[in-house]
Ligand binder design. Structure first.
Ligand code: SAM
Length: 407
């Protein structure tokens, strides 16, 4: 297949879907040959709108060329301009760095860091074959940023992080922008954060995403745990108060009532809409993923691509999970299944949260605003349940209308 035609078809698709919105991002996608960054793939596959794993360790992808749709969304969030100095953490194949180099032009500078030396060597070959000579590649742990090139107008992570690390904030110019896939209580959001003169970062835009996690010094601790004997994996953040995963496995064996809910939900609502709302408003929120064909659950879960899953509230002696009553691809009626002695009380809370989410207009990722206060920066007291405390910062999550109203 002709590479230029395949590339233009991919770009046309990204434009039609609203992923590419600006002329600068479109021009970059049209001119940088993605297939040269994925030399082991057939041309048609290199221009499919899909992520491609390029390094797999113990059955888990540790590097991938991200999905073009997601790359376009993030490049639009980043707001690059000619002359910008950019740091990318997660160089991978070098493709995103090449796109950014195209946008910032000869007056700008792109430095791309990857923790894996072999990947950096391969990225250098790809960039050379694509005729891109303006990207500086560095093999290092991006947890430290890259001080020699600081300050940067933009810092972008193309790898998921649990926290906003001090090095990244310190290496931004005043008013600079940090864009990163940030894990928040089991959800991952691509957040464009603008650094204010007061040292506080405020989101300009928020989108859902699903990135490989950071390795090295700032490696993610917010991981999934298989629940033995259930066929289910628990995705729970570090600050899930209780119970421990062993108890959750026992609770799944103690199903009780199933109560109909008033709010219809589809898989996307469960994961990115209501699921995100629950994660950002309840410290007991968690997610359940069916990781085997057979589970011990009494109900089906929602279809989520290759797997199925749902959201739940977990307490010391109970669990309540959202389940579809007429499983299918689109939005439909749902119920709440109680597990264990405290299941009824948790189900009350889950049903009330669903009603609140519906009254708020069924917000999804783009409807949230995040404020990140780095540790050590003075800020007014933040209202309790919506604050997520990390090691290096506090994150306040508010629905967009409320944040705008306060401004
Ligand atoms: C999704 S891939 C990035 C894709 C890349 N932007 C591209 O265009 O191909 C994530 C990358 O982050 C890298 N990574 C993981 N932990 C890192 C760290 N601590 N510092 C720098 N890079 C890291 C991985 O090795 C992997 O190559």
């Amino acid at each position: 297949m002709d590479a230029e035609r395949a590339r233009n078809e991919m770009v046309d698709g990204l434009r039609t879907a609203g992923r590419i919105r600006s002329a600068a991002v479109e021009e970059a996608f049209r001119s940088v040959p993605r297939h040269l960054f994925l030399p082991n793939l057939a041309v048609a596959d290199a221009y499919a709108d899909e992520a491609v794993a390029v390094q797999v360790t113990d059955g888990v992808a540790t590097s991938s060329a991200s999905q073009p749709s997601m790359m376009a969304i993030m490049l639009e969030q980043l707001g690059l301009r000619p002359g910008h100095r950019v740091l990318e953490i997660g160089a991978g194949t070098g493709y995103n760095a090449a796109l950014m180099a195209r946008i910032v032009g000869p007056a700008g500078a792109v430095t791309a860091v990857d923790i894996d030396e072999e990947l950096v060597d391969r990225a250098a070959v790809h960039l050379e074959s694509a005729g891109v000579h303006t990207v500086e590649l560095v093999a290092a742990d991006g947890a430290h940023g890259h001080p020699p090139g600081a300050p940067y107008d933009r810092i972008v992570l193309t790898v998921g992080s649990d926290d906003v690390l001090p090095a990244w904030v310190d290496q931004l110019v005043p008013d600079g922008r940090l864009l990163l896939p940030l894990a928040l209580r089991g959800s991952q959001l691509s957040v464009a954060l603008d650094l204010g003169r007061d040292g506080v970062l405020r989101s300009d835009s928020v989108r859902s995403c699903a990135f490989i996690r950071l390795r090295g010094e700032a490696a993610s601790t917010d991981v999934s745990r298989r629940l033995d004997g259930t066929g289910v994996t628990l995705l729970a953040p570090d600050d899930l108060a209780e119970p421990d995963p062993g108890r959750v496995a026992e609770l799944l064996g103690e199903p009780r009532r199933r109560r109909d809910a008033a709010v219809p939900l589809g898989a996307v609502d469960v994961w990115d809409g209501f699921g995100l709302w629950l994660a950002l408003t309840e410290t007991d929120a968690c997610r359940l993923l069916a990781t085997e064909a057979e589970t011990s659950l009494p109900d089906e879960l929602f279809p989520l691509g290759p797997a199925s899953g749902t959201v739940a509230l977990a307490g010391a002696d109970g669990l309540a999970a959202v389940v579809p009553t007429e499983p299918g691809p689109g939005p439909g009626p749902v119920a709440v299944r109680e597990f264990g002695p405290d299941g009824a009380e948790l189900a009350d809370r889950l049903l009330a949260a669903m009603d609140e989410w519906a009254v708020a207009g069924r917000p999804g990722a783009p409807d949230w605003r995040l404020t990140v206060v780095p540790t050590g920066v003075d800020a007014p007291a933040l209202p309790a349940p919506r604050v997520i405390v990390k090691k290096h910062c506090r994150v306040l999550a508010e629905p967009a209308a409320r944040a705008a109203g306060r401004a």
